[in-house]
Design a protein around this ligand. Structure first.
Ligand SMILES: Nc1ncnc2c1ncn2[C@@H]1O[C@H](COP(=O)(O)OP(=O)(O)OP(=O)(O)O)[C@@H](O)[C@H]1O
Ligand SMILES: [Mg+2]
Length: 400
């Protein structure tokens, strides 16, 4: 007979524990092996009884569910915690996921919801365990994070990020990941016409056990070879995603992907800051109109206070057209930065490309927009090769 899923119920209210126990007794795949009335007991049971799953209430005396989750995920990683909370405690849920909970379920829930959540979490963990046993020695690769950012919406971030990712994948034949971190309204999946059933909010549910193999389950392949991490399919899921999650995702991707291209939302929220901090290059996109210039200045000032070196920031002008009154030199004087790349306006090419979900760098490679994006790719990857060569040279002459 198959092993049963061993479950511990942690809740300070005895009646709740009994109700859950009764409910789970109807499913023969599940066996309740213990009950805890506070976080301390839950930690003890995790250590001693090695349950597969702990159903963890948030508000408990002695030690609350979040603290307990944190300790269990570090101390007994073979046990998966599912946090149970009431809907209004969204902030707790977020903290619980950051603490290493594998999933959460909101009260009131149905029998079916609870059982399905337990089984799904268990299966996911089993799968991960099988995979980790197959893991090979970590190959260290040189990885570069390139973030496409702007302080104004609708300037072309997603267009540039997706076409650039495809370009770099084709130019370098290296592994390229494209992350949609416009968490609330991300549409990279639409731009590239990939299905996004797997996405970052699903990934965050297993963040505690994320590794180079598991992360692959949440990336979608585009036919160009780019692997895409899509935005949540509902904006409300975006709230659970924290800077710690993003740092972990990037750390894992860096082990395998040579280039990580990130599309962002136009904000300086904590998630965006985490991404900007972690980036080797920021492509700061702007158009040439006056409001955009004002916005870009505010953004550049902030980056200065964050002590980002100028070499990290590249100004990309998009939708450049002959008709603009502002000259490049005027723009450069106004923002006190050189323009690193200028992409022409080409409505037909760009709009057709988005509507068909086909990146224009693949379908319309002879256009000026494509050529400019291609040039950007060359510059970004050339400096990578150069840096690598310099490093190798130093290693050779200094002997380390
Ligand atoms: N070079 C270009 N020529 C013509 N149209 C363009 C160009 N770049 C982008 N666009 C168009 O501008 C609009 C906004 O582009 P996109 O969605 O890439 O911007 P964004 O900065 O990601 O926007 P958001 O802030 O909403 O995420 C789209 O309709 C796109 O087709
Ligand atoms: Mg966008």
């Amino acid at each position: 007979m198959e092993d049963k899923i061993k479950v511990v119920i942690a809740d300070d209210i005895r009646e709740t524990r009994q109700n859950i126990r009764a409910l789970l007794s109807f499913d023969e795949r599940i066996e309740v092996i213990g009950e805890a009335e506070n976080g301390e007991d839950a930690i003890f049971l995790a250590r001693e009884a090695h349950p597969d799953i702990i159903l963890m209430d948030v508000n408990m005396p002695v030690k609350n569910g979040i603290k307990a989750t944190e300790e269990i995920s570090l101390e007994s990683p073979e046990t998966s915690v599912i946090v149970i909370s009431v809907q209004s405690e969204q902030e707790y849920m977020r903290k619980a996921m950051a603490a290493g909970a594998r999933d959460y379920i909101a009260k009131p829930f149905s029998d079916e919801d609870l059982i399905n959540t337990i089984i799904r979490t268990y299966n996911m963990e089993e799968r991960r365990r099988q995979k980790t046993t197959e893991i090979k020695a970590d190959e260290v690769i040189d990885s570069k994070v390139i973030t496409v950012f702007s302080t104004k919406g609708g300037v072309g971030k997603t267009t540039i990020a997706s076409n650039l990712a495809v370009t770099i994948a084709r130019q370098t034949k290296k592994r390229v990941a494209l992350l949609d971190l416009d968490l609330f309204f991300g549409n990279v999946a639409i731009h590239l016409n990939v299905s996004s059933k797997a996405n970052i909010s699903e990934l965050v549910k297993v963040i505690g056990s994320l590794d180079v193999d598991l992360v692959e389950d949440f990336l979608v392949s585009h036919f160009s070879g780019v692997r895409v991490l899509a935005a949540p399919n509902k904006p409300e899921y975006a709230e659970y995603i924290t800077p710690q999650h993003i740092e972990k995702i990037l750390a894992v991707l860096r082990k395998k992907y040579h280039y990580i291209i990130i599309d962002t939302a136009q904000s300086f929220g904590e998630n965006t800051l985490a991404v900007l901090d972690a980036s080797e290059k920021i492509l700061f996109v702007s158009t040439m109109d006056l409001p955009a210039i004002k916005n870009i200045n505010t953004g550049l000032e902030l980056m200065k206070t964050l002590k980002y070196p100028d070499s990290k920031i590249h100004i990309v002008l998009n939708r450049v057209s002959e008709q603009f009154g502002v000259k490049y030199s005027d723009f450069e004087n106004a923002v006190k930065h050189k323009i690193w790349a200028a992409i022409p306006e080409d409505n037909t090419t760009v709009i057709n490309s988005v509507n068909k979900g086909l990146p224009f760098v693949m379908t319309r490679s002879v256009t000026q927009v494509s050529k400019k994006v291609y040039e950007m790719g060359t510059k970004l990857t050339a400096s990578q090769n150069q840096a690598l060569n310099e490093k190798r040279f130093l290693q050779r002459i200094l002997g380390f």
